[in-house]
Ligand binder design. Structure first.
Ligand code: PRP
Ligand code: URA
Length: 210
């Protein structure tokens, strides 16, 4: 697949090695959670690499130095449930980050997104918003989540996932061409049940041991 310009494939080994653990069917819950946390940290690094900072003066024990501070706040939006699995790894780097929530469940027969919850703070308008979800399959859940976030006033939105596929990337880049996408894998495609192949199975069930 030719990568659309807004898609970044995150090839860092610190993400690719734990991704193998996520995929393996015999990975237990503890190792699955640990691997998803680690990938979350790397995804946050990649998805924020170009965010602008402003200079700030700091006094060291010896002299003044020029440091950096964020120009805009960052808000993380995990798509419930499985998106929560990326959050701990991201909060390792940003312990005080604002977290908003959107709940979407895919209909098991049609794979259509069914929204069931949203808690979106007013600060979305002036923030960079990073939507996170381990899986981008048909793209329906991500498209609906980003629609809600934009409707709430956000103008700068990014999306980070672990496993994607051409169908989901096509759908998301078509629906929201302004949204940069960061993914650690682009798999072959969807099977007849709209699951990513080879994928890793049901991310939410494996993370929450349900
Ligand atoms: C999974 C996954 C994404 C969605 C991806 O969630 O975490 O949110 O499916 O599929 P899509 O791109 O076709 O929309 P699911 O709806 O299974 O809910 P869960 O997180 O509660 O397990
Ligand atoms: N949701 C998942 O958890 N896995 C898939 O492969 C597709 C959607």
């Amino acid at each position: 697949m030719n990568l659309p310009p807004q898609v970044t494939l995150v090839t860092h080994p610190l993400a690719q090695v734990p991704l193998s653990a996520l995929r393996a069917e015999d990975t237990d819950t503890v190792r699955f959670r640990d691997a998803l946390n680690r990938i979350g940290t790397v995804l946050l690094v990649e998805a924020t690499r170009d965010l602008p900072t402003a200079p700030v003066e700091v006094r060291t024990p010896l002299a003044m130095a020029v440091g950096a501070r964020w120009q805009q706040p960052l808000v993380l939006v995990p798509v419930l449930r499985a998106g929560l699995g990326l959050l701990d790894g991201m909060r390792q780097l940003l312990p005080d980050v604002t977290v908003a929530h959107v709940g979407i469940a895919r209909n098991e027969d049609t794979a259509q997104p069914e929204p069931y919850y949203a808690k979106l703070p007013a600060c979305l308008k002036q923030s960079v918003v990073l939507v996170v979800d381990p899986m981008l399959a048909t793209g329906g859940s991500a498209i609906e989540t980003i629609r809600q976030i934009k409707a709430a006033g956000a103008s700068e939105v990014r999306f980070a996932c672990v496993v994607s596929c051409p169908e989901g990337l096509d759908a998301l880049t078509t629906a929201h061409p302004d949204v940069p996408i960061f993914t650690t894998a682009i798999d072959e495609g969807l099977n007849e049940h709209f699951y990513i192949v080879p994928g890793l199975g049901d991310a939410g069930d494996r993370y929450f041991a349900t």
